[in-house]
Ligand binder design. Structure first.
Ligand code: NAD
Length: 287
């Protein structure tokens, strides 16, 4: 039976560490970390995500600064807001909830965020730092994946890893982090030929495709560690709606360990966002 990697428990551990770091920062430097969240429009899923982030931000003792703007807000107003937040010493992290409305250039908005406050780790400067292994703020979901992997793998060096999906927010950064740990990494995507055979060779499988049940039991070699990033809303055979991952969980008994969906990578993303915020606040406080 594969070990179930408990993302909920790990996220609670990370959030507890963040709360201690927040308290220390306040005690030693008199600083309360601040996270500004910018939400443009009324997308229901984004509202749910943002509300969850804000609640956990406050629970960790981080100041939450919210900017909820109507969907028809001109792009120049959002850019002006980012500039203001960049210069606000009480703001240590800036998060722009994606997707932005269609009339906005998301890259232009994200690129304006001060890299030192880019707690999502999407700014080209932080992407460059990640790919050169020179620090910076690391995207939250990939960071969460690595912490979950570290809970079951002691030595990464020389392991073979496959990442399914090449998005800028999950696939590519998680591949960079695995490479940094001296894994031999294969990045795959929708046009990859012979995906099952590529996965069969891997000690670590990270599935981030957004395709329910894509990774089957006979794709995964015995003893592999499987991280399922996928969050797919499906209608089950019993007619009920539920969340499922990219991995056929019930077929993974022979894996060494696997993350469930829900309760695996998902809870880690917000915990790592808080961790990045307190890291940014410590960096701003200086030596
Ligand atoms: P995306 O759509 O930007 O990228 C998906 C990638 O998967 C693409 O590179 C595509 O080529 C590849 N892909 C799609 N179908 C494939 C297939 N059949 N075979 C091989 N490759 C395939 O998605 P994303 O933003 O990277 O998210 C991926 C999944 O992870 C989604 O289900 C998303 O909801 C989930 N996600 C979860 C969290 C979390 O906190 N747990 C965070 C971000 C994304």
């Amino acid at each position: 039976m594969a070990e179930r990697i408990d993302g909920q428990a790990m996220a609670a551990t990370v959030s507890g560490r963040v709360a201690r770091d927040v308290a220390n920062l306040h005690k030693m430097r008199g600083i309360v970390p601040g996270l500004a969240v910018v939400l443009v429009g009324e997308d229901p899923a984004s509202q749910v995500y943002v509300n969850g982030k804000i609640a956990q931000t406050r629970a960790a003792g981080i100041r939450s600064i919210e900017h909820r703007l109507p969907a028809d807000t001109p792009e120049c107003h959002v850019l002006a807001l980012i500039e203001t937040l960049n210069h606000d010493p009480q703001v240590h992290g800036i998060l722009v909830q994606l997707p932005l409305p269609a009339h906005m250039n998301a890259a232009k908005v994200l690129d304006l965020i001060d890299p030192a406050k880019d707690v999502d780790g999407f700014h080209p400067v932080n992407v460059g730092r990640l790919s050169t292994g020179t620090g910076g703020l690391v995207p939250c979901t990939p960071l969460g994946c690595m912490l979950l992997l570290e809970s079951v793998i002691g030595e990464f060096r020389g392991l073979s890893a496959v990442v399914i999906g090449k998005s800028n927010i999950v696939g590519k950064p998680v591949a960079m982090l695995l490479l940094e740990r001296e894994c031999t990494v294969t990045i795959t995507h929708i046009h990859t030929q012979g995906l099952p055979d590529i996965v069969r060779g891997a000690d670590i499988v990270v599935a981030a495709a957004g395709s329910p049940g894509l990774v089957r039991g006979d794709w995964v070699k015995p003893g592999a560690v499987v991280i399922d990033v996928g969050i797919n809303r499906i209608v089950a055979p019993d007619g009920k709606r539920r969340l499922t991952g990219d991995v056929a969980f019930a077929e993974m008994d022979h894996a060494r360990a696997i993350t469930p969906v829900p309760g695996g990578v998902g809870p880690m993303t917000i915990a790592c966002l808080l961790s990045n915020t307190v890291q940014a606040a410590w960096a701003a406080a200086g030596p």
